[in-house]
Design a binder for this molecule. Sequence first.
Ligand code: F6P
Length: 535
Amino acid sequence: MKKIFLDQLKNIKKDSLRCKKNLLKNNLFKNNNSFYIETDYIFFDFSRNIIDLKTLNNLSNLAEKLEVKNNFKNICSGNIINKSENKKTLHTAMRGTFFNLDKAIKNEVRDYKKNLREISDNIRSGKHKSFNGKKFTDVVSIGIGGSHFGTKMVFEALKEYRVSKINLHFISNLDATEANEVLSNLNKDTTLFVIVSKSFKTSETLENAKLAKNWLKKQGNRKNVMKNFIAVTHNFEEAIRFGVDERLIIDVWDSVGGRYSLWTGISIGLIISIGFKNFSKFLDGAAEGDKHFYSKKYTKNIPVIMALLSFYYSRFFGSQSHLILPYDYSLRLIVEHVQQVEMESNGKSLNTDGKKFSNISGNIVWGSNGIVLQHSIFQLLHQRNIFIPSDFIISKNASSRKKDNHHKVFSNFLAHIETLNKGFSKKEADDLYEKKYSKKGLDKELVVKNLTLAGNRPANAFLLKDISPETLGMLLSFYEHKTYVLGLLSDVNSFDQWGVEIGKIMAKDIYKDIKSSKDNKNESVLLKKYLSKKF
Ligand code: F6P
């Protein structure tokens, strides 16, 4: 780590101590414009954090010293950034964000998008028909991880934008219960399967693809069931071997990592549903997010601030997790997507040179719909002595268009974020007791103590203009950039994921052991119990 970076960290440590002290004096939070950032689609309020102006400046100097913007431009310029896999990182190219890329790649992006438009239009219009000449009524996207979460999340969020009557379904789980459930309501004659797997080697996806093929084949002795399949992959050879018509295979560039691939053909199911025009708007929103990231100064840069705060809390406040609370129902799956983006990217203990380090890299990202979690985990959030920074997300204009209902959702959003921040004093608790509980014959002292909240729990608020393709594109690009900056701060490669490989290999070996249970040499007690006829 560069010395200037380490020196700057010392300053920030001092800031954290000062802020903690001022916090106790209730002297920290001010209504200051420096803690709000507005874009066309997102209003970001980070005033409820344990920082002051000096901390904000010192944190942004850290980003300056790391040359965050130049580094980002470098990843968008086709250089090999992912050294352990010797790969480029061109996920922003689909949204038109590239620097110093030659024309050929730009043309490739243009042709790629044209192909996506054609394939999706043909399915919607009925030009591409099923094996028995019928128009498709249902599309099932089969994939897992980055070939599933992002596209499913965006589909759930943008249901209002559907331009087609075609229903979209998802199968991800290896437990066939999911596939059985999805398939049980579908018509074999009119169901299109999209096998989404960059590697075309992921066993969960391949098993589900086989299951789908067998399900179709059971339709009498009809041939040609492969007309009901398209594939999205970089491994054309395997997809063709599976039986997919080469003309119906959409490429996923090797330079686009799985968890960063929702901007590509990986989202073809979504594109069929919301139309290419809306998908383009989604890409445009992300491009706006990119522009904000590489052009705004660091103190006014949403993803940079998100990352710096997260880093600050891990280093100096001992936080290990980050909670995400989308208050709109339609945004609820954002947590699963960001979870993969952040945790698979930065959950590392080696730096870019392969050296071990002891600092935390990669927070545990968790959460779910805010309203629902208020009735389960918020007790702990308000009162347990544990440090959990959070992102509260809500739209100004609800997709449901039930205005009054949304006012109530927003009231809850603001009530909790304020309470987490300000707490509830003994005086306030006393007053509340008198007003609400005094006639109930409870132990006053005990109740007042229990009603008192310490507060000082940091929370960012994201007020979205709406839940539109553009806004969503920007929001998701911000989470990608936040992840990237966090990776830079910890000096890790945010684009590889070696840690998940060993489990995959072992699972294959164990499966072999299960299948050959007679001469099984595996010593695992658990496996023996699993195979035992007596249990
Ligand atoms: O196992 C992790 C992973 O490799 C993810 O990074 C990826 O998104 C997912 O599996 C699915 O991979 P594929 O698209 O190759 O099936």
